[in-house]
Design a protein around this ligand. Structure first.
Ligand SMILES: [Zn+2]
Length: 565
């Protein structure tokens, strides 16, 4: 017997169906203590050529919230079943908006979601549908998952998720994204409604979303930056806001908006790496990256080759992601001057070291663990468990990633251990101090980039458009608001909390309805055996340590439309 899906209480749309426009709600992502869980619910209203009205409901992203939860949980479900395991993260529960095939309507009676768009392959945007499908399997529920749309690389990354691989075939099919060409419209949303995913610079295959109705257009930037030197960049990838017809709203996502001054490019970072490698010719060079940052991996590979070294892809996630890049149509040979299969992995390099065809000082070892995640390459080096790199005077370890707030302590501890073992430890701050140059740039725009993107707009349009920062806790939102002022926007909707509904129609842009939070579910990994992972699911409110971070700091936040300064 299938469980009844949880119902989400959501205030009725303030917008009568006959008015053209967009109603937009950021359900999660503006969390005081965690930047995860990006998930936007958008209703688009239009008028067909025969004068009748039409409506489409889309979901943009369904990301993981509570990254570094690492909490063990014991919970007894309503059916008496006990759930025990480690929290993997929480997700917005979208089941109230999926059709039950037995009744033909949604459990909530609300309109169904017609399409799910995934902007890019980061965990705080991507994996919700795969966990949703797993939950439906575990709880024996039958609901119709709407078509999911993404770029080719993002689709490849969905298929690499451990939870995706453990789904039965029909559910795997249901959550395999349909690949849409850059800039082409999502099908079947309506005659007068158009939704397009346009390429941006962030991860490979990252997209922003341009939504258009007869009452105007709304650009959701998703995660974006401006770097024309980014490896695996798509033709036409841009952050520019110029030349978008009938633009009324920009909802903008940057966790880096507070950065002032120009940010380095990947080319600048490549030069820094070359200098470090050249300066340490007799040492093994290890470069720590984030496993998803394939652009940075390409930068390190290029720097290694330019200094006559052999790059090594050390770690299974790097190999998997490198293959995804290739499956999505990019060539490593064209990007870096070496075929992917010619870059040795951990096992192959060990054989080459053993038979004497390579020595350690020939290598640039690219490995994971920039955020000190357990059992990544940098963690293994710090704890003396890496198979062929032993931290000592003949080793340079470079961490090419800036620290984000919730990992500062663990990264600092890891880097100290590596330095204490006698290796030269270079992080972005140290690199600048030693005169090597910048080692890191954020994947998100800073103030200068926002200014440049807005500078492409017709000044009259820029003054009319409403700018809505949508991601991060109150501090980050405040920085994005500040950056928007600097960029010349006059209408800035400052909404530092989740769940605020915003309406755009011919009367303008405004907050509509009370803030409301959706139900969320927590994925718990219940198997002790990493080779055969199993999951179970509990309501977020059963995990107070996570649920607390979702509560707005101000219990009665006052949304304000700040006009001018
Ligand atoms: Zn991202």
């Amino acid at each position: 017997m299938a469980n009844r899906p949880t119902q989400i209480q959501r205030t009725p749309n303030a917008l009568p169906a006959r008015d053209d426009g967009i109603v937009f709600t950021s359900l999660c992502g503006s969390n005081p203590k965690d930047i995860g869980g990006n998930c936007l619910l958008v209703d688009l209203y239009g008028t067909k050529s025969d004068g009748t009205s039409e409506h489409a409901r889309i979901l943009i992203d369904n990301g993981k919230y509570g990254f570094n939860a690492n909490a063990d949980i014991r919970y007894r479900k309503g059916n008496g079943k006990s759930v025990e395991g480690e929290v993997e993260g929480a997700f917005v529960d979208i089941r109230p908006w999926l059709v039950d095939p037995k009744t033909g309507v949604t459990p909530s009676g609300e309109p169904k979601i017609d399409a799910i768009l995934i902007t890019h392959a980061h965990q705080d945007h991507l994996p919700g549908p795969a966990y949703l499908a797993k939950m439906m399997q575990v709880e024996h529920q039958d609901l119709v998952i709407p078509p999911i749309y993404s770029s080719s690389y993002t689709a490849e990354q969905m298929k690499e998720l451990s939870v995706f691989k453990r789904l039965p075939e029909e559910l795997r099919d249901a959550v395999t994204p349909v690949v849409v060409k850059p800039g082409s419209a999502i099908p079947d949303l309506g005659e007068s409604i158009s939704v397009k995913m346009q390429p941006v610079n962030h991860t490979p295959g990252a997209r922003r979303v341009l939504m258009s109705t007869p009452a105007g257009s709304w650009l959701h930037t998703a995660d974006t930056k401006s770097d024309p030197t980014q490896p695996f960049r798509e033709p036409g990838a841009t952050m520019s806001f110029g030349g978008i017809p009938d633009l009324k709203v920009i909802s903008a996502d940057s966790t880096s908006a507070g950065k002032t001054g120009p940010q380095p490019s990947e080319t600048d970072i490549g030069r820094t790496l070359s200098r470090i490698i050249k300066d340490n010719g007799d040492k093994t060079v290890v470069v720590g990256v984030l496993g998803t940052n394939m652009g940075r991996v390409a930068t390190v590979v290029r720097a290694a080759l330019s200094e006559g070294r052999t790059p090594v892809l050390d770690g299974s996630s790097l190999r998997t992601n490198a293959k995804s890049v290739e499956n999505a149509g990019w060539s490593w040979e064209e990007t870096c001057g070496i075929e992917r299969r010619d870059i040795p992995d951990r096992r192959r390099v060990q054989a080459l070291l053993d038979d004497g065809s390579l020595k350690l000082s020939d290598l640039v070892v690219i490995t994971t663990g920039s955020f000190a995640q357990p059992n990544t390459g940098l963690d293994l080096i710090a704890s003396g468990r890496h198979p062929f790199v032993t931290a000592g005077a003949d080793v340079v370890v470079v961490n090419s990633q800036g620290k984000i707030p919730n990992v500062v302590e663990s990264v600092t501890a890891m880097e100290s251990k590596i330095a204490a073992a006698g290796a030269l430890m270079i992080n972005p701050e140290k690199s600048v101090k030693l005169g090597y140059g910048p080692l890191h740039r954020s994947g998100h725009y800073g103030e200068e980039e926002l200014k440049a993107a807005a500078g492409d707009m017709d000044p009259d349009v820029r003054e009319q458009v409403t700018f809505v920062p949508v991601h991060g806790g109150p501090d980050l939102i405040a920085k994005n608001v500040e950056a928007a002022h600097v960029a010349g926007f006059k209408n800035i909707l400052d909404l530092p909390v989740n769940g605020v509904e915003i309406t755009m129609d011919r009367d303008g842009v405004r907050e509509s309805g009370e803030p409301h939070l959706p139900n969320m579910f927590v994925a718990v990994q219940t198997s002790q055996d990493w080779r055969y992972p199993r999951w179970d699911f509990v309501p977020l409110k059963a995990v107070p340590s996570l649920a607390e971070s979702l509560t707005p700091v101000d219990p009665e936040p006052e949304a304000s439309l700040a006009l001018g300064r």
